[in-house]
Structure formats: C-alpha cells, structure tokens
Design a protein around this ligand. Structure first.
Ligand SMILES: [Zn+2]
Length: 316
C-alpha cells in the first residue's frame, strides 16, 4: 500500500507492506483525513519515523480478537492516542498521560495518511450516519475544545476571550458561547472573522484589542509564545493553554496577577461526535482546501501557513 512517511530525510509517499492487526486491533481504510497544526509540528520537529496523520474518517476492513462491539464495514473515527494500560499512570486512571503513550502519526504509531491504518478497537468511535465525512473529521479538534472548556467553572455571563487564528479557536469560541459566557474571538485572519460574523459570534481583529486585564477567562488557541493572554485576563482569572505554545512564555504578569494557568491536551471525542450530530457546532466553511491523497505533502505545507483552515485529504 502507499503511505505518507516521515523520516530524517523528510516526507515522501512510499510503497510499504500492508499493516497487520494485533489482537484487539482493527484495520481501517481511511476515506478522508484532516491535517492540522499538530501534524505540522510533528514534521517540523522531526524525530518521528513513520506514517503521518492522526485525524480521519474511514471504514473497518477487519478486526483481530476483541471487537468492542465494532464490525467490518462500519464507519469509524478514532482517538489519536493509545495507552499501554499497564504503567502506574494508566492504572491510576491517567491513561491519557501514559508513560509510553503512543500517538497516531506522531509517536510510536503509524498514522492515517495511508491506504490502511491499524487502530486498537478500544480507541475506535462509530460515526453517526447523519454526519458526513467533512463534518466528522472535526471530532478531534472539537473534542479538544470541549475538554479545554471543561477545565474552568464559568459564572453566568463570564467574559471569555478566545485567541483564535486556528480551527481550534473557531471551535473553542463556539463551545464557550454555548456555556452562557460572553465570548469574543480575536483573530487576524479575515476568513475566520467572516465565519464568526456568520455564526453570530463576537469577534475582533487581535491588534485592535487592548490588554485591559478584564477577561475572566482567556483561551489561548493561536499557539504563539507571546504573553498577551496574561495581559487580557483579570487578576485571579484563568488562562487555558489549549494548544502547545511555540516557545517559552514569560509568566511574570501571570504571577503578579495570580492568574491560573490551565493546560489542556485531552480530547472529549465522544461528546464531540454527539455535538456535531446534534448540529449545535458549525463546521461549514472551516475546510480551507480538500486535496487528493497524492497531494498530502502540499496539504501539510498549506496547513503550516498562519491561520490556516482545516486541510482535508481525500483518499479516493
Ligand atoms: Zn501506560
């Protein structure tokens, strides 16, 4: 089969052997993959040798051993992570922080930018029939937005600013707006400002917004290393770091204002599929480009541009 592989010499479309499912794993044929910021980070960081890609919707080809209720032919997506289930953290209920956590297409696990991918059946999720593939590929970033939002208790009409410039920002703003908060999204990307206007979300260009220190919560989804989130939040407010920062952040203002810094990396994926199926979260207009499988390297280059919308890869 063909697979988009990362190695020390870069990205290449290679012919590789079909994967073999271990007991408790399924073979899935992806139909549509999504490329996002974490795929770009994986390529830029180097170090991972394997098949790229962690967001997909596909069909189960076969299952080996424990099926967890799944069957061949079923349309599925999957969590990107797989834990060992035997280390102290897994046994202590922190399997998302497993000491040997594997991440699809990023760490110790071949990803979905291939004709076939193997996934533990315990990590599969059925995709509701009402969702098309173009909606379902947002399950992972939406799951991350839902997980991040849960880290704070919001008083009624709390003031929330989402530092956007990303698909995660657009989803976080929608999730926060559904929690009875007064939400505004700050982004420099015209297409993201347009989407917010269409959805009735308050929005503003980032550089037109002052650092007034009056927000109860700031959700940092832009992945920069600047400390503006701490300048926007009120004393003893909360900053949710919903994606990894691009570098070291100066925490001086955070310390003097006693700001809570909450780091969010988890993914409430089952809830995300439910929200998508209920139609409460908008995804139309959030796919910037859909490219054919053989153009996935171009997709990674597009996703690396600042403020990129979701790049989808069709496996047809
Ligand atoms: Zn573990």
């Amino acid at each position: 089969m063909r697979a988009w592989r990362l190695s020390a010499s870069g990205i290449a479309l290679e012919e590789v052997a079909n994967p073999i499912a271990k007991a408790g794993w399924a073979i899935v044929r992806p139909a549509l993959s999504g490329i996002g910021a974490s795929d770009v980070r994986t390529v830029q960081a180097g170090g991972f040798v394997g098949t790229l890609g962690h967001e997909f919707v596909g069909t189960i080809e076969s299952i080996e051993g424990e099926a967890h209720g799944f069957k061949p032919g079923q349309r599925v997506t999957a969590w990107a992570t797989a834990a060992c289930e035997t280390c102290d953290l897994c046994k202590g209920g922190l399997s998302e922080h497993c000491r040997s956590l594997a991440v699809l297409g990023q760490r110790a696990l071949d990803g979905c930018l291939a004709e076939l991918v193997t996934i533990p059946t315990s990590r599969l999720l059925a995709v509701p029939d009402s969702l098309d593939d173009e909606q379902a590929i947002f399950a992972q970033p939406l799951g991350a937005a839902i997980h991040a939002a849960r880290l704070v208790a919001l008083e009624a009409q709390a003031y929330v600013t989402v530092l956007g410039d990303s698909v995660l920002g657009l989803l976080s703003a929608q999730v926060m707006a559904r929690r009875n908060a007064t939400v505004r999204m700050l982004t420099e990307q015209p297409q993201m400002l347009e989407l917010c206007a269409k959805w009735g979300l308050r929005h503003r260009e980032t550089n037109l917004s002052g650092l007034r220190g009056d927000q109860d919560v700031v959700v940092e989804c832009s992945g920069t290393a600047d400390a503006s989130a701490f300048g926007m939040v009120r004393p003893r407010g909360s900053v949710i770091q919903a994606c990894p920062p691009a570098g070291a952040i100066d925490l001086g203002d955070a310390w003097s204002s006693e700001v809570q810094l909450l780091c969010a990396r988890g993914c409430a994926m089952a809830e995300a599929l439910g929200e998508l199926a209920s139609g409460s979260i908008q995804t139309a207009g959030m796919i910037g480009r859909t490219l054919g499988f053989e153009h996935a390297a171009d997709g990674l280059a597009l996703a690396a541009k600042p403020g990129s919308l979701k790049i989808a890869i069709s496996h047809d």
